[in-house]
Design a protein around this ligand. Structure first.
Ligand code: KIV
Length: 271
C-alpha cells in the first residue's frame, strides 16, 4: 500500500513522507466547487487555488490584478468540495511583498475565511521576512521559484528561467533559504530539468515542477489547460489529457440546433 493510498486526508506531513518513499506527488489547480469535487474525488494529492484564476476565471492577461478577496472567494468554493486533498491557496500580488505584517494579515485572512490548509508565495530571499512571519503563526507555506508570473513586468517574458549559471546559483540558494525558513514544499516553474533534478536532490522538502522535468518530487498543471478548456496557451510542458473545449463547443452547437428545430425538449422531457 502506498503512502498516498493510505492517506484519508493529505497533510504536509504526508507529502514529506512521499518524498522519502520516492512516491510522486500530484497537484492540480481548481477554482470552483464542481471541478474541485471531481479533482478531489479522482484522488489528487494537492489542490492549488492558484492565482492563475486571474487568467483562467477572470480573463486577465496576467496574475497581477487578482485581489485577496477574489482568491478568498475561489478558495471558499474549493474547500467546500474537498474531502481528501491538501488545499493550498496562492497569496495574490500585493498581499505579501515588502511588508511582513501585511503578509501575516493576508495569510491569516485566507486561513480564517477559507478553511484552506496552506498558502503559496512567489519569490526567494526578498520575501523571507514575510515567509518567516507567516510561519510564526503556524501557517504552512509553499514556496514558488523559477518563473514567477507575479513578476512578469520585471522579467518581460514567460520564457524559461535560470538557464544561465548566475540565475541557477541564485535559485539554488533561494531554495535552500526557503527550506531553512521552514517551507514545506517548493514549486519550480519553467526551469531546466537538470537544475530541477539537482535542487530536488539537495533539498529535503518535496519539490513540485511545472515545466521543470520529471525529476521533481511531484508535478502540477493548471486544470483548464490539461483538460483542453483553454486553447490559446500551448507551452511545451503542457500535456493535454482531454479536449473538453471541443466537447463543449459541439455540445453547445447541438443544443442550439435542437432548440431551433424544436427537437428539445421532447415528450419524455416534458411534464
Ligand atoms: O497559479 C497557478 O496556477 C500556479 C501554478 C502554475 C503553479 O502558481
Amino acid at each position: 500500500m502506498t503512502i498516498a493510498s493510505r492517506a484519508k486526508k493529505v497533510t504536509t506531513h504526508t507529502l514529506q513522507e512521499m518524498k522519502h518513499a520516492e512516491e510522486k506527488i500530484t497537484m492540480l489547480t481548481s477554482y470552483d466547487y464542481s471541478l474541485a469535487r471531481l479533482v478531489d474525488g479522482a484522488g489528487i494529492d494537492v489542490i492549488l487555488v492558484g492565482d492563475s484564476a486571474s487568467n483562467v476565471m477572470a480573463g486577465n492577461d496576467t496574475t497581477v490584478p487578482i485581489t485577496l478577496d477574489h482568491m478568498i472567494y475561489h478558495a471558499q468554493c474549493v474547500v467546500k468540495a474537498v474531502d481528501r486533498a491538501l488545499v493550498v491557496v496562492d497569496m495574490p500580488f500585493g498581499s505579501y511583498q515588502g511588508d511582513s505584517k501585511n503578509a501575516l494579515d493576508s495569510a491569516i485572512k485566507i486561513m480564517k475565511e477559507t478553511g484552506g490548509h496552506a498558502v503559496k508565495l512567489e519569490g526567494g530571499i526578498e520575501i523571507l521576512d514575510s515567509i518567516k512571519r507567516i510561519m510564526s503563526a503556524g501557517i504552512p507555506v509553499m514556496g514558488h521559484l523559477g518563473l514567477t508570473p507575479q513578476s512578469i513586468y520585471k522579467f518581460g517574458t514567460y520564457s524559461v528561467r535560470a538557464k544561465e549559471e548566475l540565475e541557477a546559483t541564485k535559485l539554488l540558494s533561494d531554495a535552500k533559504a526557503l527550506e531553512e525558513a521552514g517551507c514545506f514544499s517548493i514549486v519550480f516553474e519553467k526551469i531546466p530539468a537538470k537544475l530541477a533534478k539537482k535542487v530536488t536532490e539537495e533539498l529535503t522538502i518535496p519539490t513540485i515542477g511545472i515545466g521543470a522535468g520529471v525529476e521533481c518530487d511531484g508535478q502540477v498543471l493548471v486544470l483548464h489547460d490539461m483538460l483542453g478548456i483553454t486553447k490559446d496557451f500551448s507551452p511545451r510542458f503542457l500535456r493535454r489529457y482531454a479536449d473538453l473545449g471541443s466537447t463543449i463547443d459541439s455540445s453547445v452547437k447541438a443544443y442550439i440546433r435542437d432548440v431551433r428545430n424544436s427537437d428539445f425538449p421532447n415528450k419524455e422531457e416534458e411534464y
